[in-house]
Design a protein around this ligand. Sequence first.
Ligand code: NCD
Length: 319
Amino acid sequence: MSTELAELGAVPASWTRRHLLGLEELSAEEITTILDKAQVFRDAMAAGRQKTPLLVGKTCVNLFFENSTRTRTSFSLAARRLGADTIDFSASTSSLSKGETVIDTAKNLEAMGVDAMIVRHRTPGTPKLLAENLNCSVINAGDGAHEHPTQGLLDILTIRQRKGRIEGLTVALVGDIAHSRTARSNIWGLKKLGAHVIVCGPSTLVSPRWAEIGIEYSYSLDAILPRVDVFNLLRIQFERQYGRPFPSVREYAHLYAMNRDRLARTKGDILVLAPGPINRGVEVTPDVADGPHSAILEQVTNGLAVRMAVLWLLASGRR
Ligand code: NCD
């Protein structure tokens, strides 16, 4: 094993979880364990060591009922880099169209000897339902507007790398807070690690009730610009609006797009994140998305490291 990976050690005895359903249920210690292990994988990748046969003989299945570019390929690649076999399940060509339930579909896949099932579904709670009905590990890869834990973890890892800490930072989540699972996973993870979180966006998409759990809310990006260390720019989830009143895209861009002018009114050494897919010119202008404050592509690289860490923690040593 390489020098970098020697630091990985064994799965800590304190790690007892079989599933990763959300960051809300994890402790600060558990989140830190995942981040630390992900950093080891990230360092090994940076040193040119891409493959580590830690999950040889294990099988991971991607069970995606919603579209995905980054998350799906990232989980597949993470599993392969660890030496596991992977199956990519496509909902559109499966027997679901013949009336089979999600649980039956998952149980049939599990019967082929699956160690970890990575699930994305538009209905919140689907990964939990499967976790209650299966023996393998279940990983939530996004359930409706509920949670997207590996996205939250990769965002937090990217902040920790660039800023050296999480505690005491002010992180603004800007955009469609009402429908963003990325927002919710960031909120739980960042709060547990001691960051000050501000949710910011149009009043139709940001509830004042976040204040009840200590999250600041703001309808004005301009007002919070000078106080923020990290801006995480979230996409308007057009596919989840369900008739909610939404200001025009042009008006949204006018009020909330991170652009050169707004950048000039920040603290200066700020970090810009976006989970992707980004809509250039809507939540962020191209010069900012591709500029020195942006860590958008680093997030993608970190996503691979986070997913390797999660798969390793959950799937090694189990069947
Ligand atoms: C996010 C998702 O699917 O929730 N994307 C992703 O996983 N990289 C965010 C989004 O779609 O806006």
